[in-house]
Design a protein. Structure first.
Length: 219
């Protein structure tokens, strides 16, 4: 199975679906993570150029721990991500190139404008990736079967799938700790451990769980 994770910034993938990424890698699925931005606006102690370099390094280290096969940076501007031709076409072409069975993306109401934009861009790219009618695209049309929408800033209201990540939780937290430039300003450890524990308690699917809204595309 091919899995493609779209993350607005380095660390969103770990927070929203890091346990699920690890579970995919543990059973031999091919996992690629694509970052729409390099998160260069995420810490004012650094210049944008320096922080982009730092965060890309952190992302590679965290992704390696989770068993990700490939890390891709699309280099859109952090904080100014929007739906347009320049952001859309690379995502469509990437979907056609990687031919994923499953795509992960933030849900449409996640409380950050870059996350909302990522959802809009990726969902439109999925539709265009299957169509033969856009001549400025590369690769052959590809149909994505399932889209898993994950939560980062805003808990999901419409949950249609729950993944037990109890066994993977500790490694998820270690991977998150590798995003040192971010956790020095905000304790994401406490937030995500609390959310995943809450999801486990309320769904009764495990001690720690990640929750998703699944959008069926290939059915």
């Amino acid at each position: 199975m091919n899995v493609l994770v779209f993350s607005p910034h380095p660390d969103d993938d770990v927070i929203g679906c890091g346990g699920s990424i690890l579970k995919h890698s543990e059973v031999g699925h091919m996992v690629a993570v694509a970052y729409l931005t390099s998160g260069e606006a995420g810490n004012i102690r650094y210049s944008k150029t320096e922080l982009a370099r730092v965060r890309e390094t952190e992302a590679r280290q965290a992704s390696a721990l989770l068993g990700t096969n490939e890390v891709i940076f699309l280099h859109n501007e952090d904080g100014y991500l929007g739906y347009n031709k320049d952001t859309l076409i690379p995502v469509v072409n990437l979907i056609r190139e990687k031919q994923p069975d499953i795509i992960y993306v933030p849900h449409k109401n996640d409380g950050h404008k870059d996350h909302i934009a990522t959802n809009e861009i990726v969902l439109e790219a999925i539709e265009r990736a299957r169509s033969p009618f856009f001549h400025d695209l590369t690769g052959k049309p590809w149909l994505v079967k399932d889209v898993f929408c994950y939560e980062v800033w805003t808990p999901l209201q419409n949950i249609t799938y729950v993944e037990d990540i109890t066994v993977q939780m500790q490694r998820k937290l270690v991977a998150l700790a590798m995003h040192q430039s971010q956790i020095e300003n905000r304790d994401y450890h406490e937030a995500i451990q609390g959310l995943n524990r809450y999801r486990g308690v309320m769904t009764r699917k495990g001690m720690y769980c990640e929750c998703f809204e699944i959008l069926r595309k290939g059915r």
